[in-house]
Design a protein around this ligand. Structure first.
Ligand SMILES: Cc1cc2nc3c(=O)[nH]c(=O)nc-3n(C[C@H](O)[C@H](O)[C@H](O)COP(=O)(O)OP(=O)(O)OC[C@H]3O[C@@H](n4cnc5c(N)ncnc54)[C@H](O)[C@@H]3O)c2cc1C
Length: 390
């Protein structure tokens, strides 16, 4: 047992911290405040910046342009990206992770050759389309259908809350090809390109947080895709999506941690400078104890994330539960720490000019996206009941 980072992890942490603080952090407030029409160009520029430091290829093989580093190292880099700009983490992650990882795991060689080099270089943007207006937590109740006609498939349905929908060149869409077979065997995943007939996207949603990462609906109206758009095997789409979300939950935990660490550091710096009653805020126990709690909570969140990453890497049978624990704790922690940070800043924390206001809004997504807190608790509870049933 050893908590030290390896030499590679140390240098990744240092390089990403320097790069992201220089290239992303100064743009984070501007991105949050940008008009919806300006957002696509700004976020694409950030995604390209992340491509230039190798971030988009960390999960992917060298032959497509990646570096294929382990999941803990990816989490170390991801924390730095999120600490600097959470919206950039979300959009980059939806492309190289939620879209790129299932392509890596289940795609044919031709599909990987077609999309992965562009995803890794930032020239192509991907998205992941599972959620529907009436199916979020209960993903098995999606209504989108896929009907085979000759060598093609015709898709019909609406996907909602899709990160990158308005930017994406290609969206991974889950649809029922055989409702009677149920989610385990009747859902198929399709790589739907934006030029496909019958494919369109809505206007982006006007969101509480993560305003620099566009979210919109993907509309499939008699949308025709070739047989070659099927990811892996027909009928495996739901299982592929659930496996992808195990990685995604470590990602959501990581973005929450980045937000929390940023909030803690800003609170620490502010409380050193701001004086009341002739003393800096951090000399008051009620403020310094908030900083202490922030430190402990971020440390625990990081440990849970690294444990979940280790478990996934080691193919540990409890890996999915470790991912749920990390996601649940880190996201709830981020909301609490961002709230404490606003408190430390007092009235200034409530003003948009100060970044803790943005962090407070951004943090909430972690408790909702990729399996809300309630769903994680259900999964964790089921696992503990089963474990101690014997
Ligand atoms: C900004 C943003 C980006 C997103 N990006 C993507 C994306 O890229 N791709 C994608 O496919 N999806 C995406 N999502 C969708 C996200 O994963 C869903 O919003 C999430 O899974 C919750 O689903 P829902 O919104 O339908 O809520 P619901 O399922 O309607 O749940 C509403 C509330 O009820 C609770 N609840 C539901 N069932 C139970 C139960 N059995 N017991 C107790 N409580 C329960 C939930 O936890 C939640 O608090 C995104 C969402 C947002 C907001």
């Amino acid at each position: 047992m050893n908590y030290d980072y390896t030499d590679v992890q140390k240098s990744v942490q240092e390089n990403f911290a320097n790069f992201c603080q220089k290239e992303l952090a100064p743009r984070a407030q501007m991105l949050d405040k940008a008009h919806e029409e300006e957002v696509p160009a700004l976020i694409k520029e950030n995604i390209r910046k992340l491509a230039s430091i190798g971030y988009l290829g960390m999960a992917h093989e060298e032959k497509y342009g990646g570096t294929e580093l382990d999941l803990i190292t990816q989490a170390i880099a991801g924390e730095e990206v999120a600490r600097a700009c959470a919206s950039s983490f979300l959009s980059a992650g939806a492309s190289c992770g939620l879209f790129g990882v299932p392509l890596k795991l289940f795609g044919s060689e031709a599909q990987k050759q077609k999309f992965l080099p562009g995803i890794i270089s930032g020239d192509l943007i991907g998205a992941f389309g599972l959620t529907e207006p009436e199916a979020g937590s209960d993903a098995a109740s999606i209504k989108t259908t896929a009907v085979k006609k000759g060598n093609e498939w015709v898709l019909n349905g609406v996907k909602t809350f899709i990160t990158n929908a308005t930017l994406a060149d290609v969206v991974l869409v889950m649809a029922y090809n055989d409702k009677a077979a149920g989610p385990g065997a009747g859902v198929t995943a399709f790589l739907v390109e934006k030029g496909a007939p019958g494919f369109s996207v809505s206007k982006p949603f006007d969101k509480l947080g993560f305003r620099g990462s566009p979210t919109a609906e993907v509309i499939l109206q008699d949308c025709v895709v070739p047989d070659g758009a099927v990811l892996g095997n027909v009928g495996q789409g739901f299982i592929q999506a659930m496996q992808t979300l195990e990685f995604g939950r470590i990602g959501m935990a990581t973005v929450a941690l980045g937000i929390a660490v940023n909030a803690m550091e800003l609170s620490n710096a502010y409380s050193k400078e701001r004086k009341t009653f002739g003393k800096p805020l951090n000399r008051y126990q009620m403020i310094s104890f908030k900083l202490a709690d922030m430190m402990i909570m971020t440390d625990i969140a990081r440990m849970l994330i690294h444990k979940a990453a280790w478990a996934k890497e080691a193919k540990n049978p409890e890996a999915a539960i470790h991912a749920s624990c990390a996601k649940l704790f880190a996201s709830e922690t981020a909301t609490q720490i961002a709230s404490m940070a606003v408190q430390v800043f007092g009235g200034y924390g409530y003003i948009k000019e100060f970044p803790v206001e943005r962090l407070y809004r951004d943090a909430k997504l972690g408790e909702i996206g990729e399996g809300a807190s309630e769903i994680q608790r259900i999964l964790i509870a089921k696992s503990i009941l089963a474990k101690y049933a014997k």
